[in-house]
Design a protein around this ligand. Structure first.
Ligand code: CA
Length: 223
């Protein structure tokens, strides 16, 4: 898997390259926008990490140029800005995701993996432990027994499973599953999580949806 990093701060660029190489990705670094466009448009990458604030050509313009030639390659924005407007502009330019500096490397890595997984797999069957979810038939099985879920419960489980191993924040879940922002009252999320837990629970394996207090939920192996 080959990743392009376009980042003018050498410290951050090196930190990212070293971290990604440790994860067995092959990495090219461009330290300015011009070189970034040159590499992005002449070589093949599985994913690109592009800084927003670059001398010469901005990350937005690079992304627009990439999208003219390649609609599929996942692009993740690195941005120090957190204004909603900037984020929206980045996504409209064709970025798939963004991460705000400063960030934890693990968080970036998790997002990279999500992008690469979505790019390379048709997510028709998702599984965890003895649970499987079939998107084509909208069926869920645990240990071979079918579990009946409502449409909303199914969407919620699909989102958590798609991101298994990654913490899903309350806002992310609500935005994705309910397709709205309801920041003032997100209590129905907890209600649905409880419905799901009850339906999925087995004597053998107990709860698979873990609560991350104050942040959200995650499906992962218990430590
Ligand atoms: Ca920069």
């Amino acid at each position: 898997m080959k990743i392009l990093i376009v980042e003018d701060e050498i410290g951050i660029a090196n930190f990212l390259r070293d971290g990604l190489e440790d994860e067995n990705y092959s990495v090219d670094v461009a330290l300015d926008g011009k070189r970034g466009v040159e590499l992005a448009t002449t070589r093949i990458y599985d994913l690109m990490l592009i800084d927003w604030m670059l001398p010469g050509i901005s990350g937005i313009d690079i992304t627009k140029q990439i999208r003219k030639l390649n609609k599929k390659v996942p692009v993740i924005f690195l941005t120090a800005r957190d204004a909603l407007h900037d984020t929206v502009m980045g996504l409209e330019a064709g970025a798939n995701d963004y991460i705000k500096k400063p960030f934890q490397f693990e968080e970036l890595l998790a997002r990279i993996k999500v992008q690469l997984r979505e790019d390379h797999e048709e997510l028709t069957t998702l599984s965890f432990d003895d649970l499987t979810l079939e998107t084509t038939t909208h069926q869920v099985f645990r240990g071979g027994t079918e579990i009946n879920l409502t449409k909303k419960e199914f969407s919620l489980l699909y989102f958590l499973l798609k991101n298994k191993g990654k913490v899903c924040t309350r806002n992310e879940i609500i935005k994705e599953v309910w397709e709205i922002n309801f920041e003032t009252d997100s209590s129905s999320l907890d209600v649905y999580i409880n419905f799901l837990r009850k339906k999925l629970e087995t004597k053998k394996s107990g709860n698979m949806i873990q609560t991350i207090r104050g942040i959200g939920y995650i499906i992962r192996e218990r430590e």
